[in-house]
Design a protein around this ligand. Structure first.
Ligand SMILES: Nc1nc2c(c(=O)[nH]1)N[C@H]1C(S)=C(S)[C@@H](COP(=O)(O)OP(=O)(O)OC[C@H]3O[C@@H](n4cnc5c(N)ncnc54)[C@H](O)[C@@H]3O)O[C@H]1N2
Ligand code: MOO
Length: 637
């Protein structure tokens, strides 16, 4: 088939798409008999009934002596009674069968032993300390209904009830077919334009999590006939087929045509972002999903369509995720054409849970790695405003969120080191950091969205770091500044410094192009202060208006050759193999409002920041100093 672009994507609502897909009446998988000892995680295909009772005899529940309760009548502290051993009192251990005629057990602690007798000082009621036949399980009773996923205790109960084999639903077999000329198998160094194939690993894990059995197909090239053959085979040999990528309108996007040729396309294009170009179809009675290539789009599409399908095939209801009422921290706009799935970090700041959106890019798999939950913005809603209440569908346990320190502000590599050390020192505790620049961090403190903010703002008039800004923007909030590190800022240039850049003056040279940081970034203020000192105007610098949001994206611009130089930290330069010309040593502080200083998670974080291990690790990095680490640089009132 020759290459061509097609444009027939629809925008079917999620609800309609689910209806069209499930109208096909997908049947539960057949049953199979498996050993109970290997059945944990599987789903019963039929109700299971006990074969034997448990206990299946009257059993002593305590160590002591078995007796006939009527023999004990009349015993009291004031009138002890003696029972003859092995005639009226039979020594038993927990779990032993009661000797014939006995109906009670007296605990060893409650008897006094003599050579031939035991003495008791209280009478006992019938069935005291006895586990009678069927206390736990009565033969013939139903132990598990059909459609029940077996846990370890379920399997234990079946075994106790005399069941060794159980009929369970066959695990739905799901063939995952990655397609694409650009894909290389993991471990192969990717050349320009090549992509490491990782989606099939993600998909397989989701299939397993939802009870299916993933079958991973080799990468299939963007060739209509090869994809056709792979899909035709998979449809015969599995319960579900996932074709990855080639779902949109590209010249080599064959998925929809393949499904149409082999069977029927039910839906192409659903009103959800990410995930829009998903294809739902059927080939030889087998459901087929054309999953978009971008990883987040793919996961969303699988959550919406594969998850309920796999539960249906196993005869199970799809479980709902727990939700957490939170305050959305930022304004986001969202198209009216689709429901949007926004990945969020959630933290408990004071009494509120605050949800902060992560990257919204469909290709940003780390947004799912970092997410604590998902906020779904309904199709009819234009977005969310800051401070709006939302339900977060949780991907992590709430106690994880309760142990998270939320840091919003300027990014620094040493924050990652600090977070790592926090998690190692106090397992279960994490540092979540969102990078919005120093000023953005102070604003987040003002809105009570973060426990602390990483800041490095040089005040032009006073030459002071951070303090004047706190006084200006948080006049009513007492904030303490704890120094995390001092670090060198400088000009990043390509290895060997081909343009011979030596100082800030060189930025005005006509042959030098610059890349700047965004307004509000501490690094930008530092540049502005230096320019002012030297009487250089911003207009004299070509590229002054070009903004990047992180040290690393500035470094990347220089590494890619789209700018000759930019200002940033030494570590960013080093990570991309650039040379570094130091210009200034600056203080990077953690700004911590009074309320957070009492937060036990923040207390732990500061303890770790002051540890020898943290300082030693940071001292090992280029361009960092820890002489002032942990010191209080300022205490607001
Ligand atoms: N003109 C249009 N272009 C695009 C549209 C559109 O409507 N009109 N939709 C966009 C949207 S939304 C999405 S989502 C993507 C979906 O693209 P495809 O499903 O066709 O996937 P590809 O283009 O082949 O790949 C996208 C991206 O994902 C990477 N990929 C693919 N497979 C894997 C894998 N197994 N492991 C890791 N990464 C994978 C692939 O290399 C690409 O980078 O289309 C937009 N375009
Ligand atoms: O569905 Mo695409 O996922 O919007 O990027």
């Amino acid at each position: 088939m020759k290459e061509k672009r097609r444009r027939y994507l629809h925008n079917t609502s999620i609800e309609d798409a689910l209806n069209l897909f499930f109208q096909k009446g997908w049947q539960e998988t057949a049953g199979e008999t498996v050993e109970v000892t290997a059945a944990v995680g599987r789903v019963t295909a039929q109700a299971v009934f006990a074969k034997i009772s448990s206990p299946h005899y009257h059993a002593a529940a305590m160590d002591g002596v078995a007796v006939r309760s009527q023999d004990t009548v009349g015993a009291a502290e004031t009138a002890p009674k003696r029972l003859r051993l092995n005639e009226q009192a039979f020594p038993v251990d927990t779990g032993n069968a009661l000797p014939a005629g006995c109906d009670a057990v007296i605990m060893a602690e409650d008897i006094t032993e003599f050579a031939e007798e035991v003495e008791i000082t209280a009478s006992v009621a019938p069935w005291q300390h006895v586990r009678p036949i069927g206390e736990d399980i009565v033969a013939t009773e139903m132990l598990l209904p059909a459609g029940h996923r077996l846990s370890g205790v379920d399997a234990g109960a079946l075994l106790a009830g005399g069941i060794t084999q159980v009929e369970v639903r066959k695990q739905p077999k799901v063939t995952v077919i990655p397609t694409g000329n650009e894909l290389v198998t993991p471990g192969t160094p990717p050349g320009p334009g090549q992509i490491i194939e990782y989606n099939s690993t993600v998909f397989s894990a989701l299939v397993s999590e939802w009870g299916g059995e993933p079958l991973r197909h080799d990468i299939v090239r963007d060739n209509f006939d090869q994809i056709l053959e792979a899909v035709a085979n998979a449809a015969q040999n599995s319960d579900v087929v996932l074709i990855n990528a080639g779902s949109s309108a590209g010249r080599r996007d064959y998925t929809a045509d393949v499904v149409a040729q082999l069977g029927e396309v039910l839906v192409h294009g659903v009103a959800v972002r990410p995930g829009k170009p998903v294809i739902l179809g059927v080939v030889e009675k087998t459901p087929v999903i054309g999953v978009p290539g971008y990883p987040v789009s793919a996961v969303v599409a699988l959550e919406i369509f594969l998850k309920p399908l796999l539960y249906r095939l196993q005869g199970l209801a799809e479980p709902a995720r727990p939700t957490l009422r939170s305050v959305f921290s930022r304004q986001v706009t969202s198209p009216l054409s689709a429901e949007e799935w926004v990945r969020v970090k959630v933290g408990r700041v004071g009494e509120r849970y605050v949800a902060t959106p992560l990257s919204r890019g469909s290709g940003v798999i780390t947004s799912l790695v970092r997410a604590d939950g998902i906020v779904r913005i309904p199709q009819q809603k234009e977005g969310l405003v800051a401070g709006e209440e939302v339900d977060v569908e949780l991907l992590r346990a709430p106690d994880h969120i309760d142990r998270t320190v939320v840091c919003i502000g300027s990014h620094d590599l040493t924050l990652d080191i600090l977070g790592d050390l926090l998690s190692r020192t106090y397992p279960g505790h994490t540092l979540s950091s969102a990078h919005v620049g120093s000023t953005g961090g102070i604003m987040a403190l003002r809105r009570k969205e973060a426990h602390l903010a990483g800041v490095h703002l040089l005040h032009e008039e006073t030459g002071q770091y951070n303090i004047p800004f706190l006084k200006q923007f948080l006049p009513d909030v007492p904030v303490t500044l704890v120094t995390l590190v001092e670090r060198e800022q400088g000009l990043m240039v390509p290895a060997g410094n081909p343009k011979g850049i030596a100082d800030i003056e060189d930025l005005t040279r006509p042959d030098v192009s610059f890349v700047n940081r965004q307004r509000g970034a501490g690094t930008r203020l530092l540049l502005d202060a230096r320019l002012k000192e030297k009487g250089i105007s911003a207009e004299a610098i070509s590229g002054y208006d070009r903004e990047e949001y992180t040290h690393l994206s500035v470094a990347a611009a220089v590494a890619a050759g789209s700018a000759d130089t930019g200002l940033g930290v030494a570590a960013a330069a080093k990570s991309l193999g650039l040379d570094f010309i130091p210009l200034a040593k600056e203080r990077y502080d953690l700004a911590i409002p009074q309320a957070s200083l009492q937060d036990e998670n923040v207390i732990k974080l500061l303890e770790v920041a002051r540890s020898t291990e943290f300082k030693q690790t940071v001292d090992g990095l280029d361009g960092y100093h820890t002489d002032k680490t942990g010191e209080i640089a300022y205490q607001g009132e």
